[in-house]
Write a protein that binds this ligand. Sequence first.
Ligand code: KG4
Ligand code: ZN
Length: 336
Amino acid sequence: MYVLGIETSCDETGVAIYHSEKGIVSDLLYSQVKMHAEYGGVVPELASRDHIRRLVPLIKETLKEASLSSDDIGGIAYTAGPGLMGALLVGATTARSLAWTWQVPAIAVHHMEGHLLAPMLEENAPAFPFVALLVSGGHTLLVRVDGIGQYELLGESLDDAAGEAFDKTAKMLGLGYPGGPKVSALAEQGEARFKFPRPMTDRPGLDFSFSGLKTFTMNTLNKTEKTDQDKADIAYAFQMATAETISIKCRRALQQTGLKRLVIAGGVSANKQIRASLQEMTKKEGAKLYFPRLKFCTDNGAMIAYAGCQRLLAGQQESLEIYAKPRWPIDELSSL
Ligand code: KG4
Ligand code: ZN
């Protein structure tokens, strides 16, 4: 079965077609980054309007690239939340309307389940059960995964998400939006000069907190002359602190669950230093690390098509009601 996947939860219009046996046959992305960069962050209303402009042409292009017609599509998967309400509604209404026209089922997909399952698109996909660290612009979640929809929340951020911390640090350093890749690039010019705290690692538990790190970064920056080298050294220290904090919590989660497989996904999982720290930690623990290819770390239609396909194959069907959920706890999902 060919499933069309539609992602419009934030600032990327993602469309892909996944086949239950052949895998991803076509995958296109239109990023709004340039448009929002002017404002230093995502402007929700502009995001919604741009999704309206881009989505239908991108669906046509995705079909063309796969040499398929609408008759070949057996189901449509779309991100129904969490995310920006207006942006979500563009995907939801388009997906539902197309499904009605094409007389195929449509399925609402949880954006973070999409991220969580993205490593399944790789050749050496992880087997269940595993521990997953989901790190994006809006979420930092540690989850025990026993199967699709079988999610036990082990820990989460009590304040800023990891991606948010990267984005705010970028702003402080005058790097603009989107922050993660920019902080990471600047950190490569930096040296180990400042020692930043590893928040909440000195007490038990699997929750995170990144807002203190943000303040520490600001205070450190204000004590320097803010030269290019000062900024690079701060980016380096911030990235190192984040990577080590994440690594300590993931090690704890592996030890606590007794599991030997760790999955990282979401935009921040594209970060080289975080991947390297987790590689080192999992090696020491005798565990294995799994992550999606770089373009499937950040938002994309492929992960939505995959997650939706699994739910459709399991016979899940929904009513014709169109809905979007800007807030949607992942442990509320039904198991297959
Ligand atoms: O998953 P994603 O594309 O969108 C959300 O669902 O939020 O994640 C976007 C987040 C942003 O905060 C961005 O700064 C961060 O992922 N990010 C990175 C890197 N690439 C993207 N953070 C650190 N290092 C990167 N290389
Ligand atoms: Zn995302």
